[in-house]
Design a protein around this ligand. Structure first.
Ligand code: ADE
Length: 241
């Protein structure tokens, strides 16, 4: 997969050289390119923004600069991603869908956002455009939202996570539940013991215990996720929990 990120703060994306995503890049599993939007400015001050028409606080990013940059970076198969707090909420399902793409282009806005004609123009030109939010809070720009998407998507690409089984049971996975609590050695720590059942070696009981924990945790923290489960998702034993 190819991913291009356009930003006025390329250094913000430096963490993508580390850890799993960094290794995936080195292994050639992700072709990730970070670009400085100012490379497409045409004035001495490398201006990317201006005052909003209609008045109001803050600055808006100019469509001409974005247009030059995107004309160069977009390919016919690209999905153009625009992080914005007013976009559709990005979820694990979105991550799975975007992991199927050949080319993602993330255009990071700053200030009050990017002139609305940029999304309109590229949609009109037949480019698929997704405006997305990573949650109901406001960041200073799209860079952190780009980091979130690159990490969430890259780890779903074949070969990136060493043991694909670890993708199966995690929170927001197929079961539609939050993950159960996990424990490791030592078995006793600061007066706290690991739940007996996990030391029992009894696989069926362990599986049942984990499912109970996942159900309880989800019901307490995310009742909306329980409501969203289909009628067939819970068996009679689940309903007792
Ligand atoms: N830019 C600013 N806030 C954002 C958010 N919550 N999600 C995506 N992009 C943003």
């Amino acid at each position: 997969m190819r991913i291009d990120v356009l930003t006025i703060f390329p250094d913000y994306l430096a963490p993508l050289e580390l850890s799993l995503v960094g290794k995936a890049r080195t292994a050639g599993l992700v072709d990730l390119r970070v670009h400085d939007l100012r490379d497409w400015t045409d004035d001495r001050h490398r201006t990317v923004d201006d005052t909003p028409f209609g008045g109001g606080a803050g600055m808006v990013m100019r469509p001409d600069v974005w247009g030059r940059a995107l004309d160069e970076v977009l390919t016919p198969e690209a999905l153009l991603l625009l992080p914005t707090p007013s976009g559709d909420v990005f979820t694990q399902a979105t991550a799975h869908s975007w992991a199927e793409e050949a080319h993602l282009v993330v255009a990071c806005g700053r200030y009050e956002g990017i002139d609305a004609r940029v999304a309109e123009h590229y949609r009109g030109a037949g480019v698929r455009v997704a405006e997305y939010s990573i949650g109901d809070y406001v960041l200073n720009g799209g860079e952190v939202a780009a980091l979130v998407v690159v990490e969430a998507v890259a780890r779903l690409l074949p070969g990136v996570v060493g043991n694909p089984a670890s993708l199966v049971e995690e929170s927001h996975g197929e079961a539609g539940l939050l993950e159960y609590p996990v424990y490791t050695k030592p078995p006793a720590w600061r007066e706290l013991a690991v739940p007996e059942v996990l030391l029992s070696g009894h696989h069926a009981r362990i599986e049942r215990w984990r499912r109970d924990q996942a159900l309880r945790r989800t019901a307490r923290r995310r009742p909306d996720m329980i409501d969203a489960l289909g009628p067939a998702a819970l068996d009679a034993r689940d309903r007792e929990v």
